[in-house]
Design a protein around this ligand. Structure first.
Ligand code: C5P
Length: 222
C-alpha cells in the first residue's frame, strides 16, 4: 500500500490533534504532533531560565537537545534528554512563550529538519502550522482545519480543565487570538492555508463527521 502523507494545519484549538490522531489510527499511519515538538523545546528553555527572546541561547539549545517522539496508546509522548516531558506541554506558561520560541529561525530550522526526516519515510499524518506549505508541500492530502474563535476557546477551556489547570475562560480566548496572530505574522514559515488544502470549518461539527470527511479524502489518494 502507498505510504500516504497527510498534512493537517490550522489555528490553535481547531481540533487538529484530535482529528489527526484518529485519522492516523484508522489508516495505520504514524501521527506526528509538531506543536508538541515546539512546546517541548519551549518547556526546556523555561526550565533552564532561558529568556524566550534570547535567540542565541535558544539556537544552542535547539542544536544540542535530543528530542524523541514516542507514539503510545494515549497519544504521542515527547522525550527530551531522556525525560518524558509530556505532562508539561499544555502548561499555560508554555502556551504563551511557544509562538516566540517557534519564531526563532534556528529553532524552526532544527525542528523542521526533524519533521522533514519523519515526512520522508511517509506513512504519516502530521499536524501543525506549516506542514502543507513547508514540511510536506507535496503531501497526498492537505487539510486546513479551522473553527470560530469562540468555539476554539470553549474547547481549550474544557481541555485545560481536564488537565487540572485553573483558568480564566476570557484569558484563554485572548491567548488563543494572540497566538494565532503571532503564528500568522511570523516571517519564516507562518500559519497560512496552502492553496491546494481542503478548508474544513469544524464549528458546530462533531469529531466523527470531520474524521470521516478527512478519511474519505485520504481514501481517494490511496
Ligand atoms: O499545535 P499547538 O497549539 O500545540 O502548537 C503550539 C505552537 O507551536 C503554535 O502556536 C506555534 O507557535 C508553534 N508551531 C509552529 N509550527 C508548527 C506547529 C506548532 O510554529 N508546525
Amino acid at each position: 500500500m502507498k505510504r500516504l502523507r497527510v498534512a493537517i494545519d490550522g489555528p490553535a484549538g481547531a481540533g487538529k490533534s484530535t482529528i489527526a490522531r484518529r485519522v492516523a489510527e484508522a489508516l495505520g499511519l504514524l501521527y506526528v504532533d509538531t506543536g508538541a515538538m515546539y512546546r517541548g523545546i519551549t518547556w526546556v528553555a523555561l526550565q533552564k531560565g532561558i529568556d524566550p527572546v534570547d535567540a542565541g541561547a535558544l539556537a544552542s539549545l535547539a542544536r544540542d537537545v535530543h528530542m524523541e517522539l514516542r507514539p503510545e496508546k494515549d497519544g504521542v509522548r515527547v522525550w527530551i534528554d531522556g525525560k518524558d516531558i509530556t505532562p508539561f506541554l499544555r502548561d499555560p506558561r508554555v502556551s504563551r512563550a511557544v509562538p516566540v520560541v517557534s519564531g526563532v529561525p534556528a529553532v524552526r530550522g532544527r525542528m523542521m529538519e526533524l519533521q522533514k526526516e519523519l515526512a520522508r519515510r511517509g506513512g504519516v499524518v502530521m499536524d501543525g502550522r506549516d506542514i502543507g506549505t513547508a514540511i510536506m508541500p507535496d503531501a497526498d492530502v492537505k487539510v486546513f482545519l479551522t473553527a470560530s474563535l469562540e468555539e476554539r476557546a470553549k474547547r481549550r477551556v474544557k481541555e485545560l480543565r481536564g488537565y487540572g489547570h485553573r483558568i480564566d475562560p476570557d484569558q484563554v480566548g485572548r491567548d488563543l487570538a494572540e497566538r494565532d496572530r503571532a503564528d500568522a505574522a511570523r516571517e519564516f514559515s507562518p500559519l497560512v492555508k496552502a492553496p491546494d488544502a481542503r478548508l474544513i470549518d469544524t464549528t458546530g461539527r462533531d469529531v466523527e463527521s470531520v474524521v470521516q470527511e478527512v478519511l474519505t479524502l485520504c481514501r481517494t489518494r490511496l
